[in-house]
Design a protein around this ligand. Structure first.
Ligand SMILES: Cc1cc2nc3c(=O)[nH]c(=O)nc-3n(C[C@H](O)[C@H](O)[C@H](O)COP(=O)(O)O)c2cc1C
Length: 147
């Protein structure tokens, strides 16, 4: 059974909820899904996964939130050649740098040699119906890359 690992950073719960939506869809598709908060996991654990997913919120114009900074630095050191990745996150369109951390992790994954399996999904605050549709399509696209 293919393994999907989801690592997320979430202060007020929006990104956690987004990660849960993706996890549920991947489970429905028959994957073995591991979902963990970023301070509880080493980036090296992505080496055991087929699909690697990061979810993060964005606060101000920091590169990445503090609690996921170590994970981010370690991710940059990994060789994830042959793996599939995707990035999701919550932000607020009020801010000029809407969900910039999602793009930051996309760049980090590109440096690992992993293949982008789905376009990133950026959610404005909490996921609404159209976001759920986009997140489920994101999960489906990742699974399709396994074929
Ligand atoms: C002080 C502050 C700064 C923020 N800065 C940004 C920002 O630069 N870009 C953005 O897209 N969202 C920004 N946000 C919005 C959060 O990313 C948004 O509330 C998000 O849903 C939080 O996700 P979480 O519930 O997973 O913690 C900011 C929020 C606060 C309170």
């Amino acid at each position: 059974m293919a393994i999907a690992k989801i690592v997320y950073a979430s202060l007020t719960g929006n990104t956690e909820e987004i990660a849960d939506i993706v996890a549920e869809r991947l489970e429905e598709k028959g994957l073995d899904v591991e979902i963990e908060e970023c301070t509880q996991v080493d980036a090296e654990e992505f080496l055991d996964a087929d699909i690697c997913i990061v979810g993060s919120y964005t606060y101000d114009d920091v590169l990445v939130p503090d609690e996921i900074a170590d994970f981010y630095e370690d991710l940059l050191e990994l060789d994830l050649t042959g793996k599939i990745y995707g990035v999701i996150g919550s932000g607020d369109t009020f801010y000029p740098c809407f969900c910039q951390v999602v793009d930051q992790f996309d760049k980090a994954f590109q440096s690992t040699g992993a293949i982008k399996g789905a376009e990133s999904v950026k959610v404005d605050l909490a996921a609404e119906e159209d976001d759920i549709v986009a997140l489920e399509a994101f999960a489906d696209a990742l699974v399709k890359q396994l074929d």
